[in-house]
Design a binder for this molecule. Structure first.
Ligand code: NCD
Ligand code: ZN
Length: 343
């Protein structure tokens, strides 16, 4: 197969930052995706519906006029979010989920939750109003090995949480391990997961191939090959619990290529093309549309998009860099050739 037409996909996990950088990166996503779940980890975080409305407007203003793109906003859960914020969020019609970062787990997560018990009134309201909780599933205990933090989170935090809130809609975001795949697979239908292109493309060796490679550092960190294989199997299985979420997370070159570099990879410039490459390599192109365009809307109970996109099996070279406000952004696969192209 050398061309593929699918319903225009959605990105169920995306960081677009704020300010001048928006206009440099939003067009990449808007060309490929009809909608995207926008992560709220700004500085300061998006904790109220009012802030989400203002942020949404700044994003909409950065979308090129000839493209129709809908940002789906989220709120950042904190220890002291009032439960009534969930009603305001639901009533606004522009907030579609709440994001849970364990405090200190990743970029701009210091305002995150220190103890889930403190948020139980909010979670109760979310369960009632069917507002999904999007989970960064890693424990933050420095004594737990960085490669084990997702698996330990599932056993020690997620399982007890779901015992207390059996009907809460949950997306375990950017899963990276076979433990996460197994857990989601055997969980009830209110539990789903997103999978990134980079966790499908690379195992942890990539970070150390010939030297230390900061552009392959993200959280959750890349894992062993057996975990990558489990993710590929899940993504290409046609199981509707697994859907597309890029976790495209841009940082300027100066904050990646440094003694203490930020976590995050930028993939928005060629995300659907890279997923197509993985699905093609695994003889599963027929499963791409479900993963990219159907299962996400089904979980979020939103209509499926009506536009289509065409993908061609045609080599293209990824630019070495993009502008990022007054800085430079190094994209995933910078300067490399990939096999699929958006028409
Ligand atoms: C994200 C970011 O930079 O905002 N980084 C990342 O490595 N994925 C935060 C996150 O989603 O963990
Ligand atoms: Zn993220």
């Amino acid at each position: 197969m050398d061309s593929l037409t699918i319903i225009k996909p959605d990105d169920w996990h995306l960081h677009v930052r704020d300010g001048d950088a928006l206009k440099d990166i939003i067009p990449h996503t808007a060309k490929r995706f009809a909608r995207a779940i926008i992560m709220p980890n700004l500085k300061p975080p998006v904790t109220t519906t009012e802030q989400a409305q203002a942020y949404r407007q700044r994003i909409v203003d950065a979308v090129p006029n000839d493209i129709h793109f809908q940002p789906l906003m989220t709120l950042y859960l904190t220890d002291n979010m009032p439960a009534d914020e969930i009603n305001r969020a639901k009533d606004s019609g522009i907030v579609f989920a709440v994001k849970y970062y364990p405090a200190g787990a990743t970029t701009n997560s210091d305002a995150g939750v220190t103890d889930l018990k403190k948020t139980y009134a909010v979670l109760e309201r979310m369960q009632q109003l069917e507002m999904p909780l999007l989970i960064h599933g890693e424990v933050t205990d420095p004594n737990i090995d960085v490669f084990d933090r997702e698996a330990v989170f599932i056993d020690t935090i997620l399982k007890p949480l779901l015992k207390d809130f059996p009907n809460l809609k949950v997306v375990l975001e950017h899963i990276t391990t076979e433990q996460a795949v197994d857990f989601v697979m055997s969980a009830p239908n209110n539990i789903a997961a997103t999978i990134t292109p980079h966790h499908l493309l690379y195992n942890r060796n990539q970070m150390f191939q010939g030297g230390i490679k900061p552009h392959y550092y993200c959280l959750p960190i890349l894992k062993r090959e057996k975990h990558r294989q489990a993710l590929i199997k899940a993504a290409t299985s046609g199981n509707s619990k697994f859907f597309l979420g890029t976790d495209s997370a841009p940082h300027p070159q100066s904050k990646k290529e440094t003694a203490c570099g930020c976590a995050g990879m930028y993939s928005a410039h060629a995300a659907i093309e890279m997923y197509a490459e993985v699905f093609d390599e695994n003889n599963a192109l027929d499963k791409l549309e479900g993963f990219a365009s159907l299962y996400g809307p089904e979980f979020y109970r939103l209509p499926v998009n009506t536009d289509k996109i065409n993908l061609l099996k045609q080599a293209q070279t990824i630019p070495a860099s993009y502008q990022f406000a007054n800085e430079t952004l190094i994209p995933l696969k910078a300067g490399e050739t990939i096999q699929w192209k958006l028409q």
